[in-house]
Design a protein around this ligand. Structure first.
Ligand code: ADP
Ligand code: MG
Length: 370
C-alpha cells in the first residue's frame, strides 16, 4: 500500500467496545476520487469504521492516514483534518431552523461573506432539487427531503471526503433513487472521495467503483462488483451476496478447465459442469445464483450447460418473481419470472429441469481461509 497516492488508508485497525473486538485488524486503502461501498450485515462494524475514519472516535490500535498524513491520536491537527470530511447519517439530521439556515450554517462558521453564502446555498439547493425550499422549516420536510438538506449542508462545504452511513436506509424507493442519483452525480462532477456503508448490495453495485465486504469486523473481500458478486472468496461472502445455492461437492474430473463436480447424497453423486481449474479430488462448494437458473419441462442437451432433473418442493411468488425450490438430489433454488412459473404450471411435486451454464457456477475451495 502506498499512503501517498491514497486519500484514506487504514492500517491494522482494531477497535473494541466493552472488551469485545468489533473491528479486527482492518487494512484498506481508498484512492482520491474513488467511490467505495462498505457492505455487510447489521452489526458488522460499518458505522464504527466510518466514525473512526471521520475521527469521531480513536481506534484501539492501528493507524489512519488522510491524504498521506498519519493522523495523530489527539490534538489540533485532528480537527483540521475533520474539516476536510463530511458525514451523512442513516437518519437524516436537520437542525431546528429554515432549510436555508441548515445549509448556510457551516459557511457562516467558516466566516464566509453573506453574498457568497447566498450564492453557494442557492446553487447547492438547486443541485439537490430543493430550489424554492429556502424558508421552509426543516422539521416539516419528508425523510427524503431532509436527507437532501443534510447532503446539501455537507456538499456546500466541498468536502474532500464524504462518508455516508446507509444514507437511504430509512427512505422510500423514490427518495432513495433521488439520493442515489445525487451521489452518482457528485462523484462524477466533483471527484469527491466517498465511502458509503450500505446493506443494499444493488446500491453498492450501482454506485461504487469498488466494494468491501465487512462481516463480523473483518474485511473478507474487496474488489469490483463483478468480483464480489460472481466470485465471492468464501462461504460467508457468498451467503451475504445472495449466492443462495452453495452446494458441497468434490471435483471428480477436470477437462481443460471444465470441472465436473460431484454433488448430492447419492453414492454416485450428480455431476455439475463448472468452469474451474481445480483438479480432481479437491473438496469444493459449487455456487449458483438463483437468478442464473432457468427452468424447463425437458432436458436441454448442450455442452458447457447443466440440465438437472428435479421435483418442485415449493413455489413462492413475490411480485413479478417466483422463487422455486427444487429437489435434484440436493436442494436448488431458482428465481424465475412468475409468468414462466405459471407457463410451466409449476406446483409442488412437478417434474422440472433446472438449467444453468457452466460459466454460471462459481467454484470455491472448501475450508478456504478467511
Ligand atoms: N458505542 C458503542 N458501545 C458498545 N457497543 C457498540 C457501540 N457502537 C457499536 N457497538 C457494537 O459494535 C458492533 C458493530 O456496530 P456497528 O458499527 O454499528 O455495525 P453496523 O453499522 O455494521 O451495523 C455491534 O455489535 C454494536 O452493538
Ligand atoms: Mg450502521
Amino acid at each position: 500500500m502506498n499512503s501517498l497516492s491514497s486519500m484514506i488508508e487504514v492500517a491494522d485497525l482494531t477497535h473494541s467496545y466493552g472488551g469485545k473486538e468489533i473491528l479486527k485488524g482492518l487494512n484498506l486503502s481508498i484512492a482520491r476520487g474513488e467511490v467505495f461501498a462498505l457492505i455487510g450485515p447489521t452489526g458488522a462494524g460499518k458505522t464504527t469504521l466510518l466514525r473512526i475514519i471521520d475521527l469521531l472516535e480513536t481506534p484501539g490500535s492501528g493507524e489512519i492516514y488522510f491524504d498521506g498524513i498519519c493522523v495523530p491520536r489527539s490534538g489540533k491537527q485532528r480537527l483540521e483534518i475533520r474539516r476536510r470530511m463530511s458525514f451523512i447519517h442513516q437518519k437524516p439530521q436537520v437542525f431546528n431552523s429554515s432549510v436555508y439556515d441548515n445549509v448556510a450554517c457551516g459557511l457562516r462558521w467558516r466566516g464566509e461573506e453573506r453574498d457568497r453564502i447566498a450564492e453557494k446555498v442557492d446553487g447547492i439547493l438547486e443541485t439537490v432539487g430543493l430550489e424554492g425550499y429556502d424558508s421552509r422549516d426543516a422539521r416539516t420536510l419528508s425523510g427524503g427531503e431532509a436527507q437532501r438538506v443534510a447532503l446539501a449542508r455537507a456538499l456546500v462545504l466541498e468536502p474532500e471526503v464524504l462518508l455516508l452511513d446507509e444514507p437511504t436506509a430509512n427512505l422510500d424507493p423514490v427518495s432513495t433513487a433521488k439520493i442515489e442519483h445525487l451521489i452518482g452525480d457528485v462523484a462524477r462532477r466533483h471527484n469527491t472521495t466517498m465511502i458509503m456503508a450500505t446493506h443494499d448490495m444493488a446500491q453498492g453495485q450501482q454506485l461504487a467503483d469498488r466494494i468491501g465486504v465487512l462481516i463480523d469486523g473483518t474485511l473478507l473481500q474487496t474488489g469490483n462488483a463483478t468480483d464480489i458478486f460472481r466470485s465471492p472468496r468464501n462461504e460467508e461472502v457468498a451467503h451475504f451476496v445472495g449466492m443462495e445455492n452453495i452446494i458441497e461437492g468434490v471435483v471428480v474430473a477436470n477437462n481443460e478447465g471444465i470441472a465436473t463436480v460431484s454433488v448430492g447424497s447419492n453414492p454416485d453423486g450428480i455431476g455439475i459442469q463448472a468452469v474451474s481449474n481445480y483438479p480432481a479430488r479437491q473438496e469444493v462448494y459449487a455456487c449458483i445464483r438463483p437468478e442464473d437458473i432457468t427452468l424447463a419441462p425437458m432436458m436441454h442437451r448442450s455442452s458447457a450447460r447443466n440440465s438437472l432433473q428435479g421435483r418442485v418442493a415449493r413455489v413462492a411468488s413475490n411480485g413479478p418473481l417466483s422463487r422455486v425450490q427444487i429437489d435434484c438430489g440436493f436442494r436448488l433454488v431458482a428465481l424465475v419470472t412468475r409468468v414462466s412459473a405459471e407457463e410451466l404450471n409449476l406446483q409442488e411435486g412437478s417434474e422440472v429441469y433446472a438449467d444453468f451454464k457452466a460459466t454460471a457456477v462459481h467454484i470455491m475451495e472448501r475450508n478456504a481461509s478467511r
